[in-house]
Design a protein around this ligand. Structure first.
Ligand code: URA
Length: 433
């Protein structure tokens, strides 16, 4: 088989055969197929698309290009969740213990953040001593014992995707739905869970800006998961503003703990319950969504979910006193209010700009080498639909400098006001099965 013929076939709009796709993924991973031919194929796929069979075969070939995690040592039906990324997304810290509190095992592999969205591991490291590197045995033992463990991704999951994603990034071919779906799902499938709940974000702060694109991506990912033997559900949730009120590492842990202690911050509690309910139903712990939801709401209110989080922190070596007394979490030196220059209703809060403002404070990384500052972050005081008078506080910046000008400017750019009443955005747009 010749790579030039594979490119030619896709360029002309033909569906590739299974053999052609496997030939490409194997050859590219080994280094036999050069970047220029892989780039040409990515561009052809960008324009011509892939059918569901092709996407599933591509995903499977990327899974098979590296290690897969064997979670068979964990008792019970293992569920995983994945978010396509958003600002203020601390859902894992709520959903993990919440699902664990219903007796369902969660074995979570997570990553670090780059750019305007923070990573799960970075946020967890706001808790002193918490270890995210551990042996496979310890990971499995922790899940068996506490129903929850979170570890850093091992280096060799879906190496074909790693190579291809880096190539797509510099050849303007990231935004092809079959390629995004295959990329995300290859890593999820290699991580070994039996069922997967996907939180596909939509809106200005999301990878997918329109509901139509988000739905297309969600459908592709659900089809791949189900085709490859994992029960998969996708929830399309809103990212037209940051999730909850806190952005930054310690800030987000604090807000997650508030929810685990029964706080009723509406969007955060609601989305966590939605995701956790689907996860526990897929795992067979409840017969239907309504039954799951009643128990899970109770577990947020009666302290069981919080206790599951405490046990997870202790098991991974973290200082649990920092969540028993949240004032012990890292604290920034200065708290700077950013106020409104006009009155009206909050119409937009560009989540990406808020994320960038937090990154300027030091909460995220601009380059891989940057050190994270766990103490800094942003507290939103006004969200979409709120009324604002001139001089009202929009956000408080928690900073290590007295006057974080770049972040102030970025936050002001993020807010847009309307003179007319604005409805709060719908949080959960659709559930795709
Ligand atoms: N995230 C991924 O892991 N892959 C993509 O292609 C896009 C987002």
């Amino acid at each position: 088989m010749r790579m030039v013929d594979v490119i030619h076939n896709k360029r002309n709009g033909q569906a590739l055969t299974n053999e052609e796709i496997e030939f490409f993924v194997k050859g590219y991973t080994k280094g036999d197929i050069p970047d220029y031919q892989a780039s040409a194929l990515m561009m052809a796929i960008y324009f011509q698309g892939m059918n569901p069979r092709e996407t599933a075969v591509l995903t499977k070939a990327m899974v098979d290009s590296g290690e897969t995690i064997d979670l068979s040592g964990i008792q019970g039906h293992k569920v995983d969740k994945h978010s396509t990324g958003g600002v203020g997304d601390k859902i894992t810290f709520i959903v993990g213990p919440l699902v664990a509190s219903a007796g369902v095992p969660v074995a979570k592999m997570s990553g670090r953040g780059l750019g305007h969205t923070g990573g799960t591991l970075d946020k967890l490291e706001a808790i002193d001593g918490l270890q995210i590197e551990m042996s496979k045995e310890k990971f499995i033992n922790n899940v068996n014992k506490h129903k929850l463990a979170v570890a850093g991704q091992t280096g060799n999951l879906a190496p074909a995707d790693k190579k291809l994603y880096a190539l797509r990034d510099v050849t303007a071919t990231v935004e092809a739905i079959p390629l995004i779906a295959g990329s995300i799902m290859s890593k999820k499938l290699a991580s070994g869970a039996d069922s997967i709940v996907l939180d596909v974000k939509t809106g200005s702060g999301a990878f997918m800006k329109t509901l139509e694109d988000s739905e297309a991506l969600a459908k592709e990912m659900v089809a791949i998961g189900n085709n490859l033997g994992r029960k998969t559900v996708a929830i399309i949730s809103d990212m037209n503003q940051p999730l909850g009120f806190e952005v930054g590492n310690a800030n987000e842990i604090k807000e997650a703990v508030d929810i685990l202690q029964g706080a009723k911050v509406d969007d955060l509690r609601e989305l966590s319950l939605e995701i956790a309910s689907h996860m526990t139903v897929l795992a067979g712990a409840f017969s239907d969504y309504d039954e799951a939801r009643i128990t899970l709401e109770a577990n947020l209110d009666n302290g069981q979910a919080f206790e599951a989080f405490r046990q997870f922190i202790i098991a991974q070596g973290g200082d649990v006193s920092m969540i028993d007394d949240k004032t012990k979490l890292p604290q920034a030196k200065f708290h700077v209010d950013v106020t409104a220059d006009e009155e009206g209703f909050v119409a937009e809060i560009d989540a990406e700009s808020i994320g960038t403002a937090a990154m300027y404070l030091g909460a995220g990384r601009a380059t891989k080498e940057d050190e994270i500052n766990h103490a800094v972050g942003i507290t939103l005081k006004k969200k979409i639909g709120d009324t604002v008078q001139k001089g009202d506080v929009l956000v408080t910046l928690h900073a290590d400098s007295e006057s974080p000008e770049n972040s102030i400017k970025k936050v002001k750019q993020a807010y847009r006001f309307s003179s007319e009443h604005v409805d709060r955005p719908t949080l959960i747009h659709k559930v795709i099965r």
